[in-house]
Design a protein around this ligand. Structure first.
Ligand SMILES: O=C(NC/C=C/[C@H]1OC[C@H](O)[C@@H]1O)c1cc([N+](=O)[O-])cc(O)c1O
Ligand SMILES: [Mg+2]
Length: 215
């Protein structure tokens, strides 16, 4: 049978990118998705906004919900100082298998913990299993209808504390209306919308950054 799109993305990385060079991995995926096949990576335009937020927060512990092929995992991990790490959750085992290889090709495996499974199952175990106190940054990019329930679960588990930054992809397209309404109306969050475009297209999309103010 035909290869999958994630497999074709990995091939493009192995053909075009240099082992140990995260920027070349990012460039190879963006080129493939812009000129060959669209794929749901955060992409170069929104990726630059992601970069600026990561640099501003300079997080020690990052949680990424939704790994896909590892494109945003590499974008985040390449900016982390020694000792900092990103835990990334992916439900789909085929995506996870590709992402592991993309992350390895970039040489960033020491800064990444890729976990296969459902966010709702894993979040309650984060403290115990990974020794995480609270996350400095959470990048939401998984199932859009899971953004709100998982945010509430992270709050309940004490994994979001004063100063934690939530950065959510696709708040316009495909859209996460209930999540947006929550973070924009809650007195416990300070929210800002970074207007951009759906990856590799001219359609509007953007990232919502929400800082938790504490209880
Ligand atoms: O569904 C999106 N992301 C969530 C991914 C969900 C998939 O990964 C876990 C599960 O196996 C599911 O099939 C998405 C969709 C679009 N889109 O334009 O359709 C654009 C994006 O940036 C996205 O993150
Ligand atoms: Mg997305």
């Amino acid at each position: 049978t035909r290869t999958s799109r994630p497999q074709r993305i990995l091939k493009a990385v192995q053909r075009k990118a240099t082992v140990g060079d995260p920027q070349s991995v990012i460039t190879a995926i963006d080129h493939f998705c812009r000129h060959r096949e669209w794929a749901m990576n955060v992409g170069d335009e929104k990726g630059s906004i992601l970069d600026s937020v990561v640099s501003e927060v300079s997080p020690v512990t990052v949680l990424e919900l939704g790994t896909y092929c590892g494109y945003s995992t590499v974008r985040i991990a390449r900016l982390l100082p020694p000792g900092a790490c990103v835990i990334t959750l992916e439900f789909n085992p085929d995506y996870a298998a590709i992402a592991r290889q993309v992350i390895q090709w970039s040489g960033l495996e020491d800064k990444v913990q890729l976990v296969e499974g459902a966010s709702g199952d894993w979040i309650p175990w984060m403290k115990e299993h990974f020794g995480v106190q609270a996350f400095d940054l959470v990048f939401l990019d998984h199932w859009k209808e899971r953004y709100l329930p998982d945010t509430k679960l992270l709050e309940e588990c004490g994994l979001i504390q004063k100063g934690t930054v939530l950065l959510a992809d696709n708040v316009i397209c495909p859209g996460t209306p209930d999540y947006l309404e929550y973070v924009r109306n809650s007195p416990r969050y300070n929210s800002h919308y970074y207007r951009s475009h759906l990856e590799y297209t001219k359609a509007e999309d953007g990232l919502e950054k929400s800082v938790f103010l504490g209880y």
